[in-house]
Write a protein of this length. Structure first.
Length: 94
């Protein structure tokens, strides 16, 4: 019986973690209001959320040539990055 309780706890915890990891497009839209460059270009519209998250994480870790993006991403939480990725992934490709 104890194993079932532990299993259920882990299942619920895991589902909650997945929900957080998925990101909230509405919150991401609010965060993206400051992204004038990408908004005008539309270059991130419809891009896979996992790919965007990986790219943002790399910038956060200081990887890449774009010093502006490195600086911006270092200030973002993991949840902010998930929300931004969900927002851009939800937009139709231009």
């Amino acid at each position: 019986m104890k194993r079932i309780g532990i299993f259920l706890f882990l299942l619920v915890f895991g589902l909650a973690a997945l929900a957080l990891a998925a990101g909230d497009p509405a919150k991401g839209g609010e965060l993206a209001k400051g992204c004038a460059c990408h908004k005008s270009k539309g270059d991130l519209d419809g891009v896979d959320a996992a790919a965007l998250t990986a790219k943002m994480q790399a910038y956060k870790e200081g990887k890449g040539e774009n010093k502006a993006m490195i600086s911006i991403m270092k200030k973002q939480s993991d949840q902010d990055m998930a929300d931004l990725a969900a927002y851009y992934a939800s937009l139709p490709k231009k």
